[in-house]
Every structure is written in C-alpha cells, then in structure tokens.
Design a protein around this ligand. Structure first.
Ligand code: C2E
Ligand code: CA
Ligand code: CA
Ligand code: CA
Length: 280
C-alpha cells in the first residue's frame, strides 16, 4: 500500500484550491474598492539624473482594503488582468491621475511628465485609444504631458493590433515607455516592432549593479547603450544608494527614481513638495 501519506495530487489540488479562493477574495475586494472608492494614488518623483530636478511623477495605485492584507499592486493587478476588471481600473487610474495633474499644474506650474502604468491588456483593446482621448478632453490635459508605461512582458512578438493601438496613443501625443525593460525575452523584437519614447530599466538590474553577478550588472549599461542607439530616453528605477546614482550619472542615464531620492508620496505630501521646492 501507499501508506498513510497523501499523494502529490492531493497536495497540489489543495494548493490550487487555496490559490483560487485567494483569487476570488481579491477579485471581490477589487470590485468593492471600485464601488466604494477604496482606491487611491501615490506619486513617485522622477529626477533628471544630472541636475536632480523633479521632471516626472509616476502614478502608483493603492487599494486600502487589500493593503491591510498585505496585498500590493503587483499581486492585485495580476488578478484584475484575468478578468475585465483591469479595464475599469486602468480608466479609473487615468481619470484620477489627470484630475490631479490639472490641479498640480495650476497650483505649482508643474511642467514635467505624469507617468501612468497601463496594463498590457489594453494592447488588445481597440476601444482604449478613444476612451483615453475622451478622458484627455474631459480634463483638458495636453497629451504630451503624459507618458504611458507598459511592461515589456505584456508584448506579444510582432502583433499588428498592438502596434495600431500604440500608434493611435502616440498620435494623440502621449509618449510611451517600455517598463521593466530587459526582464522578458522580447526586448529586441519590441524595439524593432513597436513605437516607443523611453526605456525603463527594471529595478532588479539597478539592484544588481554592484553585485558579484557580472552578467546581470552589465545589463544597465547594455540598456543605456541601446537607448542611445535608438534615441530613446532611459529611466532607471529602484535607485537606493549614492553609489548607484553616481554610476547612472556616469553612464549618461536620463532620469532616475528610487527610495534613495524619494518614496512614493500621498497626494497632499506630493502637492506640498512641489509647492515648496527644496530650500537647499
Ligand atoms: P512598476 O511599474 O515597475 O513600479 C515600480 C515599483 O517599484 C513600485 O511598486 C515602486 O514603489 C517600487 N519602487 C520604486 N523605487 C523603489 C526602490 O528604490 N526600492 C524598492 N524596493 N522599490 C521601489 P508598487 O507601487 O508596489 O507597484 C508594483 C507594480 O504594480 C508596478 O511595477 C506596476 O507594474 C503595477 N502597478 C502599480 N500601479 C499601477 C496602476 O495604476 N496600473 C497598473 N496597470 N499597474 C500598476
Ligand atoms: Ca512603472
Ligand atoms: Ca519595474
Ligand atoms: Ca543617455
């Protein structure tokens, strides 16, 4: 006999059932968040790598009712992407971000870019460009003051529909950043096949800059050189030390962001930071 042990399948299906319960729970929490306004935005300053002036703000989503469970955007966005919820969430983020941008521009004269994360799901949503255009009209925002960040791993190799959607967004004047650049397997194909204005170096590469893993630490320079070659702006994220910042300045990175410079800030702190520039 097999003895008293449970077989592997039983363990596996228990784990799977648990995972599905988690997904259901997160999914309904997301519906609640949309309905009762438990979502909020925080803003992470992006700096000119040489002058350290604030030149952009990345918008990051928070869900109050999931945060208490320790579930962050990495996890809940992934689950939202399995349902149509993500489309509602993306539009919620864009509307609220544009509203804040208008307020920031009129309160402080902010002239930098607002960088908004967009799910890769929108690369297959033909309605998206028209919805985006309508929101820009509603808030009276100039599209060139906004950048959409789309993660590299969302791209399918050489897809005509995605290319059309990206071209439509770009035709509106929105700029496009390839987020987490270098983490997938299609980086080169993307550069060749899709329009882009900016490459965002994933923070895992910045993190490895002075590690013993030489193969990984060279990635930052490779991406910087690619960006140079293709005339794209390069942004390094996840800068946590002076040493990393010095290195990025040396190799000619354009923009930087990370805990060393600033954490993501809630709206009131963001507004007061931008209203009272550093007295240094
Ligand atoms: P991402 O777009 O790569 O965003 C960067 C993440 O790294 C953010 O985490 C940010 O807080 C964190 N980060 C930035 N600098 C540092 C640093 O110096 N050290 C460390 N340890 N972390 C740093 P967050 O806010 O948890 O977001 C995680 C991911 O969730 C984002 O990755 C993005 O893919 C997704 N996401 C966040 N907000 C939105 C949104 O509004 N819409 C969509 N579609 N996705 C979003
Ligand atoms: Ca991003
Ligand atoms: Ca990243
Ligand atoms: Ca450069």
């Amino acid at each position: 006999a097999k003895g008293n042990g449970r077989n592997r399948f039983e363990y596996y299906s228990d784990a799977l059932a648990g995972e599905l319960r988690d997904q259901d729970r997160i999914e309904s929490a997301l519906r609640v968040a949309l309905k009762h306004n438990f979502f909020s935005l925080v803003f992470m300053p992006m700096y000119d790598c040489q002058t350290l002036e604030i030149v952009g703000l990345e918008v990051l989503l928070r869900a109050e009712n999931l945060q208490s469970d320790g579930i962050g955007p990495d996890r809940f966005i992934q689950i939202a992407e399995k349902t149509s919820l993500i489309k509602e969430i993306d539009l919620w983020v864009i509307s609220n971000a544009l509203e804040r941008l208008v307020e920031l521009q009129s309160a402080t004269g902010f002239s930098g870019k607002l960088c908004i994360n967009i799910s890769g799901v929108e690369l297959h949503n033909e309605l998206f460009p028209a919805q985006v255009k309508a929101l820009f009209n509603t808030y009276g925002v100039t599209p060139s003051s906004v950048e959409f960040e789309i993660t590299e791993t969302a791209f399918v190799v050489d897809d005509n529909k995605s290319r059309t959607i990206l071209n439509e967004l770009r035709a509106l004047g929105i700029s496009l950043a390839l987020d987490d650049f270098g983490t997938g397997f299609t980086a080169f194909r993307q550069l060749i096949n899709y329009p882009a204005d900016c490459l965002k170096i994933d923070r895992s590469f910045v993190n490895d800059l002075f590690s013993a893993n030489v193969a990984r630490h060279k990635m930052v320079r490779i991406i910087e050189e690619l960006a140079e070659l293709y005339e794209l702006r390069v942004v390094a994220e996840g800068v946590e030390t002076q040493e990393q910042l010095d290195y990025l300045q040396q190799i000619g990175c354009d923009w930087v962001q990370g805990y060393f410079l600033s954490r993501p800030l809630p709206w009131p702190e963001m507004l007061s930071l931008m209203s009272n520039p550093d007295p240094v």
